[in-house]
Design a protein around this ligand. Sequence first.
Ligand SMILES: *[C@@H]1O[C@H](CO)[C@@H](O)[C@H](O)[C@H]1NC(C)=O
Ligand SMILES: *[C@@H]1O[C@H](CO)[C@@H](O)[C@H](O)[C@H]1NC(C)=O
Ligand SMILES: *[C@@H]1O[C@H](CO)[C@@H](O)[C@H](O)[C@H]1NC(C)=O
Ligand SMILES: *[C@@H]1O[C@H](CO)[C@@H](O)[C@H](O)[C@H]1NC(C)=O
Length: 454
Amino acid sequence: MEGACPIRRGLLLGLTVSLLLQERGDTFTINCSGFDQHGVDPAAFQPVFDRKAFRPVLNHSVPTRVNISFTLSAILEVDAHLQLLTSFLWMNLVWDNAFISWDPKECISISKLSISAENLWIPDIFIVEAMNIHSAPSGLRAYVNSRGRIKYDTPARVTSICNLDIFYFPFDQQNCSFTFSSFLYTVDSLLLGMNKKVWEISDTSRNVIQTQGEWELLGISMATQKMSVGSSLYDKIMFYVAIRRRPGLYIINLLVPSSFLVVIDALSFYLPAENENRAPFKITLLLGYNVFLLMMNDLLPNSGTPLISVYFSLCLSLMVVSLLETIFITHLLHVATTQPPSMPSWLYSLLLYCTSPWKGCPTAPQKGSQGLPPSHLPGVKEPMELVGKEARPRGAELNRSPGSAKAQQEDEAHKSYLVDQWVLFSHLMDTLLFRLYLLFLATSIITILILWNT
Ligand SMILES: *[C@@H]1O[C@H](CO)[C@@H](O)[C@H](O)[C@H]1NC(C)=O
Ligand SMILES: *[C@@H]1O[C@H](CO)[C@@H](O)[C@H](O)[C@H]1NC(C)=O
Ligand SMILES: *[C@@H]1O[C@H](CO)[C@@H](O)[C@H](O)[C@H]1NC(C)=O
Ligand SMILES: *[C@@H]1O[C@H](CO)[C@@H](O)[C@H](O)[C@H]1NC(C)=O
């Protein structure tokens, strides 16, 4: 029969090889005689492939040791709202398959082979934090060396949970963890290890990272603990990935314009208080700031309360406060110039005290009216007298005899003196409030800067 129907030598060889392989011996050695004629003989590996459902060990009380490393090649997205980090990893697994070994000297010096991964037992390592893994291509291959050490690389786009704290946005750093563990195998069957140092992983990742995007990799550190679930103990390796946001975009688009608007708002105090344009100017600024906030809303993280939101609210409040101040001063000036009320004596003394040139009271920058106008001083009246006079109803004033021109003149002079006093007071108030505003501005900005730097 055999003579009549020639069986190909390879098949015969393969059969022999598989018989040899299944032989209970100290090792599973692949007999690769004949590789030189037909290349690698699939039949030689068939027994190994048939066993891919089982953990490749000869003694099942010996755990398989899987060495893990990974390269972080991109940080794609950090979603503060959903608390997710999307990154791209090359996972690198190394383990020993006890069913595979051959002698490279016999096997035309083949020392390593690539084998389709679906024919091999692959450890079920997963990332605990991962919510979504897109393992890129199917039909990946693994390298097998002559001592049965298998090296398997797989790319994966991993969306993992990360506890993100955006308080310091845009100067924030995040510390996300990747925990590698096995789905199924407990410590009796599978142990995790590393064949690279963490700093190597960290360095390679830093060199490889292609994206010059928003996030910069600071470093990767490691913590190993056993993880127990119920009564079973699973081995795990935990990596911490520290990333930092590049704040440039946000400084240019958020902080600088906002600061400019506040500076302009502060400078608008130098518009004369009598000028009608001051309030409209401030309203325009406020409006502009609101438009700016609306437009830049997309750039802000949409969860939590970052410090930058506090900063924006502060800027807005400063603008509102400065507008209120302007309204107040305008009102004061209006009252002062139309119907000045009599000045309380304490206020008058305060004004007198303040306007003495050697006192350090705030002076109005707009008017340059330091000190009381001397022209008014000769007709000095006691404050009490002023109060008394002004308290007189206007009707009484009109009823006085028109003949007493001197009295009327005196009255006019007195009124204009009072107006001057009130205008002076308004300017003093304006300057004082402006200084308070500056003080508050400086304090809050320094506070925020300090907070950002910690
Ligand atoms: C491999 O098989 C060939 C032919 O079947 C045989 O001659 C050789 O001794 C075998 N080698 C080993 C190491 O078993
Ligand atoms: C399997 O390994 C365990 C622990 O290393 C050892 O005690 C046992 O004798 C081994 N069994 C065999 C059949 O080699
Ligand atoms: C894993 O790494 C350790 C330490 O670097 C090494 O001794 C061991 O041989 C490696 N094991 C495998 C299966 O790569
Ligand atoms: C990340 O957090 C862990 C635990 O909270 C800590 O041990 C580790 O040092 C942190 N890493 C960095 C770079 O801050």
